[in-house]
Design a protein around this ligand. Structure first.
Ligand SMILES: [Zn+2]
Length: 72
């Protein structure tokens, strides 16, 4: 199982847009193209009945080093 997600996060401090993807595997999202820390906060049910992980990613802006939170 490898669920791939796209991340697009706008820095709340300087407006820099960071883009990347992450792949789900082995109980966590693994960043691909973006450097972020991922924390799973629970599970959600999708409308089609599947379960997926709900999580929070913290991305450090490469421009100004502000930490941005992003919900997956
Ligand atoms: Zn920034």
């Amino acid at each position: 199982m490898a669920e791939k997600i796209r991340l697009k996060v706008k820095c709340h401090a300087c407006g820099n847009v960071m883009e990347g993807t992450a792949k789900y595997g082995k109980g966590a999202y693994h960043p691909d193209g973006l450097d972020f820390e991922f924390t799973a906060v629970g599970k959600i049910k999708t409308p089609d009945g599947r379960t997926r992980v709900k999580g929070e990613a913290v991305i450090v802006c490469p421009e100004c080093e502000v930490r941005n939170k992003y919900e997956i």
